[in-house]
Ligand binder design. Structure first.
Ligand code: GLU
Length: 554
C-alpha cells in the first residue's frame, strides 16, 4: 500500500507537520527533576471532588519539584459540552488552592503560557497533522463501517472478552481495504473515521511501571481504536497523546478508568515515535452506600459532596477539603498534622509513592472533624469576616444580621477561642446561624428554653430558677458568679459533685445539673460555649427576661 498516497487522499488540505509543531513548542526550560503535570477536565458542568483529588497530586508534585501544573480543557466531545463548564473547572481549582501555573484561565481571559491553545477544540489542525503522519507511517486507516453498537454495548462486549480471554481483540475489517476500495468509498462520499492499525500480539504482555499502581503486566494492544471521529475531531486517545507530547507533560495523573486503555495509548505514542510520559492512575474516591452497605464510586447523582461546589455552598474553609483529600492521598498526613498543627499543609512532605492504590472512602464525618479543627484555630475577627463573606453569597439575611451586630458577633465568636484548647463546634459556616441562634433575637426560639429533660421535676426547676433570679448579680466576676450559683443551688437541695456521686438519691441534683438548668433557660441548649461568657454577652435585662419567661411558662 502506498501510505503517502493514502495520507494525501485523506488529508489533502493538511500541510503542517508534526515537526512544525515540535519546533513551535520546544522543550521547556526547567530545572532537572522538575515535573510538568496537568489536569484535563472535560467541561461537563461541575468539577468532581475526585478531579480535585487528582489535581492535588498534580499541584503538589509540580510545586515540590519546581515544575509546572497546567489546566487543559478537553472539550472534543461536543455532545457533552455545557456552557460555562470550563470556567467552573478553573474557578474550582482556584477556590480549592490548586490554581494552575499555566493554561486555560477562564472564558474570554488570556491563556497563560507558551504551549496553547489549552482548549482542545481549538487544536484540531494540530491533531490533523499527527493523524496524517500516522497514515503516512502505515499505522492508521480509514474505517467506513457505520457504528452499529452503542457505547454501552461496546463496553459490555469488551468486558466479556476481557473476562474470557484476558485481553480485547478488536481488529476492524476496514484495515484490509486496498487503496482502490478506499478511493471508491471516498468518491461515494461515505463518512469515515480514522483508526489505529494495532499491531499487538494477544499472547504477549509487557511490564509497565505506574507511579501509583507499581509494576504491572499489560497485554499488548489489539484494539483498532478510533483516532479521529467521522466529524474530523479526535477523541481522547489521540488528543491527549498529542497534547501531552507538545505541552511536555512529564506525569499524566488520571483516573483509574483509563487504565484499561493504557496499552492502546502507549501504542499510539510508539507509532509516532514519541517517548510516553510517566503515568499515575489514581484510585477512585468511593462512598459507602448506606442503603446497601456496599462501596461505590462517589457520584453526583447520589452524593452532593461529589461536586466541589458543595463545600463552598456549605461554607467549609477550602483548605479543609484539601487537607482531607491529602489525608486520603498520604495516610501519614494525619500524624504530621498532629505534630505540626500550625504549618500550612503545603509543607507536608507529599509523595506520589505513598499513595495507596486501593480506593479510598469519602467520609463527611472525617472532613467535618478536620474542618472543626481548622475553624477552631481561626481568630475571632478573621472568622467573623469569613462567615460574613460566606453569608454575603449564600444567606444575605444572616449577613445583614451579623453586620448589624458586628462587635457582639465578634465577642461571641471569641468565647473559648484563641487559647490552647479552642472550642471545636463549627464545621462549616452554614451551621453558625443555627449553633448561635439563641444569641440573636432574629433567630431565638423562646419556646426552646422550656425544653428541660425529666431528670429534675418542674417544681424543683421553678424553685431553683426563682432563687437564682433573685440572687443573680450581673456584676459578679466569673468566680463570684459560680460561687453564687453554687450557693443558690445548694440552698435548693442540689449538692456538689462529690457528695452527689456518693448519695444521688438524697439530692435534687448536682451543681452541674443546676448550672445546666440556667443554660437551658437562657439558651434552649444543653451545650453552649462558656455559660458565664454567654450571660455577659446576653446582658442583664435579657437574662432576667428569659428567666422570667421560663418561670411564667414552665
Ligand atoms: N478529559 C479526561 C477526563 O475528564 C481527562 C483524563 C486525563 O486526565 O488524561 O476524564
Amino acid at each position: 500500500m502506498d501510505y503517502k498516497k493514502l495520507a494525501t487522499l485523506l488529508y489533502n488540505d493538511v500541510t503542517l507537520t508534526p515537526e512544525y509543531f515540535y519546533e513551535k513548542y520546544p522543550e521547556r526550560k526547567l530545572s532537572p527533576g522538575a515535573e510538568v503535570t496537568r489536569t484535563a477536565p472535560s467541561p461537563t458542568g461541575f468539577f468532581h471532588t475526585g478531579s480535585l483529588f487528582g489535581a492535588m497530586i498534580d499541584k503538589l508534585e509540580a510545586d515540590r519539584t519546581n515544575g509546572i501544573f497546567y489546566l487543559r480543557i478537553e472539550d472534543t466531545d461536543q455532545k457533552r459540552k455545557i456552557e460555562n463548564a470550563a470556567n467552573v473547572a478553573y474557578n474550582m481549582l482556584c477556590a480549592f488552592n490548586t490554581k494552575p501555573n499555566e493554561g486555560f484561565a477562564g472564558e474570554g481571559k488570556l491563556e497563560v503560557g507558551e504551549y496553547g491553545s489549552y482548549v482542545q477544540s481549538q487544536r484540531i489542525d494540530i491533531y490533523k497533522a499527527f493523524a496524517k503522519r500516522l497514515v503516512e507511517l502505515g499505522r492508521a486507516f480509514p474505517c467506513f463501517c457505520k457504528q452499529s453498537e452503542g457505547k454501552e454495548d461496546i463496553k459490555e462486549r469488551r468486558l466479556k472478552q476481557l473476562e474470557e480471554t484476558g485481553t480485547i481483540i478488536e481488529q476492524d475489517p476496514c484495515r484490509n481495504l486496498d487503496l482502490a476500495e478506499i478511493e471508491l468509498n471516498l468518491k461515494m462520499g461515505k463518512p469515515w473515521a480514522l483508526k489505529l492499525l494495532s499491531q499487538g500480539d494477544p499472547n504477549k504482555t509487557f511490564e509497565f511501571n505506574d507511579l501509583i499502581k507499581g509494576k504491572r503486566e499489560l497485554h499488548e494492544n489489539c484494539k483498532d481504536i478510533v483516532l479521529m471521529k467521522s466529524n474530523g475531531i479526535p477523541p481522547y486517545s489521540l488528543a491527549h497523546v498529542v497534547d501531552d507530547t507538545l505541552m511536555h507533560t512529564t506525569i499524566v495523573v488520571r483516573g483509574e478508568e483509563w487504565w484499561a486503555s493504557l496499552n492502546a495509548h502507549l501504542e499510539v505514542f510508539r507509532a509516532l515515535g514519541i517517548k510516553p510520559p510517566k503515568y499515575a492512575h489514581t484510585p477512585v474516591v468511593c462512598k459507602l452506600d448506606e442503603a446497601t452497605g456496599n462501596k461505590r464510586k462517589l457520584s453526583k447523582r447520589y452524593d452532593p459532596e461529589a461536586d466541589t461546589r458543595y463545600f463552598l455552598e456549605q461554607g467549609y474553609p477550602t483548605v479543609a477539603l484539601n487537607e482531607y483529600l491529602l489525608n486520603l492521598l498520604n495516610s501519614d498526613f494525619e500524624n504530621w498534622r498532629r505534630a505540626n498543627p500550625n504549618l500550612p499543609y503545603t509543607d507536608f512532605p507529599f509523595s506520589i509513592k505513598k499513595i495507596s492504590s486501593s480506593n479510598p472512602m469519602f467520609d463527611l464525618v472525617k472532613i467535618n472533624d478536620i474542618s472543626k479543627n481548622i475553624i477552631s484555630r481561626i481568630p475571632a475577627k478573621q472568622l467573623l469576616r469569613n462567615i460574613v463573606d460566606w453569608a454575603n453569597e449564600h444567606d444575605t439575611e444572616f449577613a445583614k444580621v451579623l453586620l448589624a451586630n458586628q462587635n457582639f458577633a465578634e465577642k461571641l465568636l471569641a468565647v473559648d477561642r484563641e487559647n490552647d484548647r479552642p472550642r471545636k463546634d463549627i464545621a462549616h459556616y452554614s451551621e453558625v446561624k443555627n449553633i448561635f441562634s439563641y444569641m440573636f433575637e432574629e433567630y431565638f426560639d423562646k419556646a426552646s428554653t422550656l425544653n428541660f429533660d425529666d431528670k429534675i421535676s418542674k417544681e424543683n426547676i421553678k424553685k431553683f430558677l426563682t432563687e437564682y433570679l433573685k440572687d443573680f448579680c450581673f456584676d459578679d466576676d466569673k468566680q463570684e458568679w459560680f460561687e453564687r450559683l453554687k450557693a443558690t443551688a445548694q440552698a435548693c437541695g442540689f449538692a456538689n459533685m462529690k457528695e452527689y456521686k456518693v448519695e444521688p438519691e438524697k439530692y435534687v441534683g448536682s451543681v452541674a445539673d443546676a448550672s445546666n438548668l440556667v443554660r437551658v433557660a437562657l439558651t434552649g441548649r444543653t451545650t453552649t460555649p462558656d455559660l458565664f461568657e454567654i450571660i455577659k454577652l446576653l446582658g442583664k435585662s435579657k437574662v432576667a427576661e428569659r428567666l422570667q419567661y421560663v418561670l411564667n411558662n414552665i
